[in-house]
Design a protein around this ligand. Structure first.
Ligand code: ATP
Ligand code: MG
Length: 423
């Protein structure tokens, strides 16, 4: 029996790969607009990186990580998200010493042991951005703008919603936490088992519960919004003002929290009704204490992640493969020997060329030319060799013309480059 891929790990076939390239190129263009540098960290890290960086009492660390011992008995984990590894690298290489503000992006696979379904895989991909070194509201607004810009450039803005909340800071959060605990203790008979456990370790995460019953019971729970200290309130106000100036539409959602412990102040999600249950296409927020927690200096951070598979769902129709410029149908020993020189020349000059590796019939080669999606086909057999003129066929209009062998590769380069420039 043939071997199959692992559940939740998906092959990316050529057609989908084209859409992903477009997605990645768009993201790179948007990153360039803000002067963001790329960083690439390993997919495998010491488990400690994520335990510390994400928090022990999160869904990710508690039940979603791919953790195993390697041959030396060391506990390693496939990265479930990007931030912790990037901060580990920044601290290790002291990158924060090189610039007052680091703007970094990365793209790549993440791994979480979850139940696979639409928009949820075990190996999925993210586009991530982290800004390290600024606690100012414009940094938060730029991060949200980046997520919005990438998603809308690729999927339009229809049905998309930016939801924003503030989680407060170490000054105002404890006051809210106390009130929330009180409320939860008085209402715990109505909460699910998970929530009753969360209550003790990370009560804010109760707002993350997907259980309808719990959600109904939380409508009256005290929300952070009403407990923000003046600094946090003005921070949020400024972020919202800047987003308005940038033309990013948003709504405030007081129930929005993040599954990760290190988030403070701004938190946001971009959701789409089109995605069904897994409605969040991008998410992020501010994480001021994290770098210090990871053993680095006390520098603030804000970041976001776009879920690639969910964005692909919103992008709809897969890209069709881009056809090549020219197919050379060369028939017979001598014409084929000649054609290799042209093929070498044309490719060196940036013209994409395919040809049949086997010396097949004209009919078979024309069939292959059609399949290649070539713009032109050059037909060159013994007859053309004798008459010193090859036939160039425009595959769209079906028009044919003869081209002198004398200046053949040069003429083709001119012809095809001008054609693509004019399109
Ligand atoms: P969710 O509530 O959907 O599980 P999350 O809070 O776990 O999301 P984050 O850790 O914030 O998600 O990850 C950021 C983004 O990465 C998500 O908004 C989503 O688009 C994408 N994402 C997260 N987990 C998966 C997954 N298992 N499969 C595909 N995409 C995912
Ligand atoms: Mg999750």
């Amino acid at each position: 029996m043939a071997i199959k891929a692992i559940r939740g790990f998906k092959d990316i076939l050529p057609e989908e790969a084209c859409s992903r390239v477009r997605l990645e190129e768009t993201a790179r263009q948007v990153f360039a607009l803000c002067g963001i540098d790329e960083i690439r960290t390993p997919v495998l890290e010491k488990t400690e990186v994520f335990k510390r960086g994400i928090g022990e009492h999160t869904d990710i660390v508690e039940k979603e990580m791919y953790t195993f011992q390697d041959r030396n008995g060391e506990s390693l984990t496939l990265r479930p998200e990007a931030t912790a590894g990037i901060i580990r690298a920044v601290v290790e290489h002291k990158l924060h010493g090189t610039a007052p503000l680091l703007k970094l992006f990365t793209m790549g696979p993440m791994f979480r042991h979850e139940r696979p379904q639409k928009g949820r895989l075990r190996q999925f991909h993210q586009v991530n951005v982290e800004y390290l070194g600024s606690s100012e509201p414009p940094a938060d607004a730029e991060i949200i703008w980046l997520a919005w810009e990438i998603v809308t450039r690729l999927a339009g803005s229809e049905d998309l919603l930016v939801e924003i909340n503030s989680l407060g800071c170490e000054k105002c959060r404890p006051v809210h936490r106390k009130e929330l605990m009180l409320y939860l203790e008085n209402n715990q008979q109505d909460l699910c088992e998970d929530c009753r456990r969360r209550m003790k370790v990370n009560p804010l995460r109760i707002f993350d519960c997907k259980n309808e019953e719990c959600r109904r019971n939380l409508i009256l729970a005290p929300v952070m919004k009403h407990y923000l200290c003046p600094d946090c309130a003005s921070h949020l106000g400024m972020v919202l003002d800047i987003l308005e100036a940038y033309g990013v539409p948003f709504v405030q959602n007081p129930y929005l929290v993040r599954g990760l412990d290190y988030y403070v102040r701004t938190t946001f999600e971009i959701t789409s009704r089109k995605l069904g249950a897994q409605s969040t296409v991008a998410a992020g927020g501010r994480y001021d204490g994290l770098v210090k927690l990871m053993g680095g200096p006390d520098i603030p951070g804000v970041g976001m992640a776009v879920g690639v598979e969910r964005l692909l769902l919103l992008m709809g129709e897969a890209e069709s493969r881009k056809g090549i410029d020219l197919f050379i149908a060369a028939l017979g020993r001598e014409p084929r020997d000649e054609a290799y020189y042209w093929i070498g020349y044309l490719r060196r000059h940036g013209i994409s060329v395919e040809f049949s590796f086997a010396d097949k019939s004209l009919k078979a080669q024309m069939k292959q030319a059609d399949k290649s999606g070539a713009r032109y086909c050059l037909i060159f057999g013994e007859n053309e060799l004798d008459s010193e003129r090859a036939i160039l066929r425009d595959m769209k209009t079906k028009e044919q013309e003869e081209i002198d062998l004398d200046d053949l590769p040069e003429a083709l380069v001119d012809r095809i480059s001008n054609q693509s420039a004019g399109e």
